[in-house]
Design a protein around this ligand. Structure first.
Ligand code: NI
Length: 166
């Protein structure tokens, strides 16, 4: 099993904008396997974006199936994802493997629609809501060099120190 090192804040490369995947070949697919192993090994483990391991291609993985009783799609590998619709707004608490010492309150859309390529290179569309929609929006931000820290409702009132990351 390959677990890749995670870049953590304030590493400046986390601000880099990732480029689109042009061809889904064996190199990309084996990277996705390593990225997923890294996500599943980490605390939290509901999502990861390629730039968090210093790989600046537009690839994220989200899997919120460990959370009981929520609407979700299970394991999602999203290549070149693009959100096409945002509905509603809600404040919620977020954490990130790249910001291990803090959590924070962030406003996200409650429901989103997005398009992306799957691992076979097929175009797909998806609607997500609630916690899963939040996780997808969080991971997509990484592709544009944004962390939840950049979206805190209030820097003074909405950033919380963690004791341990579980
Ligand atoms: Ni994150």
């Amino acid at each position: 099993m390959a677990v890749l090192p995670i870049l953590t804040y304030p590493d400046a490369t986390l601000k880099q904008v990732s480029h689109e995947v042009e061809q889904i070949d064996d190199t990309v697919l084996s990277f996705i396997t390593e990225l997923e192993e890294t996500m599943r090994n980490g605390p939290g483990g509901v999502g990861i974006a390629a730039p968090q391991v210093g790989h600046f291609e537009r690839i994220v993985i989200v899997d919120v199936s460990s959370k009981p009783k929520i609407e979700q799609h299970g394991r999602l590998v999203l290549i070149n994802p693009e959100i096409s619709r945002w509905d509603g707004m809600k404040v919620g608490r977020e954490g990130c493997m790249s910001v291990p010492d803090f959590t924070g309150n962030v406003i996200r859309a409650e429901r989103i629609a997005l398009s992306y390529l799957d691992e076979q290179g097929e175009s797909q569309e998806l609607e997500a809501s609630g916690y899963e929609a939040r996780a997808i929006q969080h991971e997509l931000d990484h592709l544009d060099g944004l962390l939840f820290l950049d979206r805190l409702v209030s820097r003074r009132n909405d950033l919380f120190k963690r004791k341990t990351y579980k």
